[in-house]
Write a protein that binds this ligand. Structure first.
Ligand code: BJW
Length: 249
């Protein structure tokens, strides 16, 4: 039996499934990844100058303009067949009374737009901004902000509600993700380099537990040696094939 067939068989029977996604699942929607040496965001921009609390303190106009441009650009992107296949898989597992937990590091909200219900957003969202003095959040409209940095009526700065390097992940989201990775019967890690912690730790937890673990990625990652099954290729090709087979009696 091939790795893909083993995964399909396990997904057909599983009562609990947990999936962790990263930037590789959105690349074919036109959203760049981070660490691709040619096209990745970090090949063009310095994360220390844009994705840390210190960068925001030093130059809030630069940081908020960059995030607002990314927000507006993602609004023009559409979910691809990989996002849609995961939404279909969620419905299939839930229809048979099982539990399905989708955990994403992505801040683009393409899973929600594909029909996934309430994915756990470990690194926040580009579409939610918050006031740095009150912590109150809001969803900006489809237009750019009128000034950078954007400010509240009382003059406080707004920032994107994303998790920068050195910042804590949302506690409850991380706890829920941890539990799902630990107890699921099938765990899939898709389109992430598995370099950024604590998110990458979820795969370690799943690998130390009893469920079947599978990685779907174009390239090997530090987790490739640890998971039970590695499927090499584009998520947008592998996932629709796998999910169609799971749904076919
Ligand atoms: C395809 C494909 C296709 C392509 N199909 N596949 C333990 C060890 C070492 C370091 C640390 C540690 N614990 C903490 C740290 C520090 C740090 C960290 O992990 N650093 C490492 C990089 C070394 N972590 C943190 O700082 C975290 N915070 C923290 O730990 O706080 C502690 C704390 C506790 C209490 C109080 C205070 C503090 C926060 C991490 C936040 C990460 N944020 C970012 C930016 C978000 C906003 C933004 O977008 O600007 O999140 S960084 C960036 O990386 C982004 C991503 O979500 C994240 C992961 O990237 P991802 O998704 O894996 O993308 P890529 O590009 O790396 O990989 C793409 C993959 O897709 C590749 O593998 C391709 O092959 C594949 N692919 N096409 C399938 N078609």
């Amino acid at each position: 039996m091939t790795g893909e067939q083993r995964l399909i068989e396990a997904l057909r029977k599983a009562h609990s499934v947990c999936v962790l996604t990263g930037a590789g699942i959105s690349i074919e929607s036109g959203v760049p990844t981070f660490r691709d040496p040619q096209e990745g965001l970090w090949a063009k921009y310095d994360p220390a100058k844009l994705s840390t609390p210190e960068a925001f303190e030093d130059d809030p106009a630069l940081v908020t303009r960059w995030y607002d441009e990314r927000r507006l650009s993602v609004l023009k992107c559409q979910p691809n067949p990989a996002h849609i296949a995961l939404a279909d898989l969620e419905r299939t597992v839930r229809d048979r009374g099982g539990s399905f937990t989708l955990v994403t590091q992505n801040i683009d909200r393409l899973h929600q737009r594909a029909g996934s219900s309430e994915p756990i957003e470990l690194h926040g969202s580009l579409h939610v901004w918050k006031c740095t003095s009150t912590g109150r959040t809001f969803l900006p409209g489809p237009e750019p902000f009128s000034e950078y940095p954007p400010r509240s009526p009382s003059g406080s700065l707004y920032r994107p509600d994303v998790v920068w390097f050195g910042e804590a992940l949302p506690e409850r989201a991380l706890e829920r993700a941890w539990r799902a990775a630990q107890w699921c019967e099938v765990y899939m890690v898709i389109g992430t380099s598995s370099l950024v912690y604590p998110a990458a730790g979820l795969t370690e937890v799943a690998c130390e537990s009893d469920g079947l673990t599978a990685e779907i990625n174009l390239d090997p990652t530090p987790m490739s040696e640890r998971v039970d099954i590695c499927l090499r290729g584009k998520a947008s090709q592998i996932l629709p094939r796998v999910v169609t087979a799971v749904r076919t009696p």
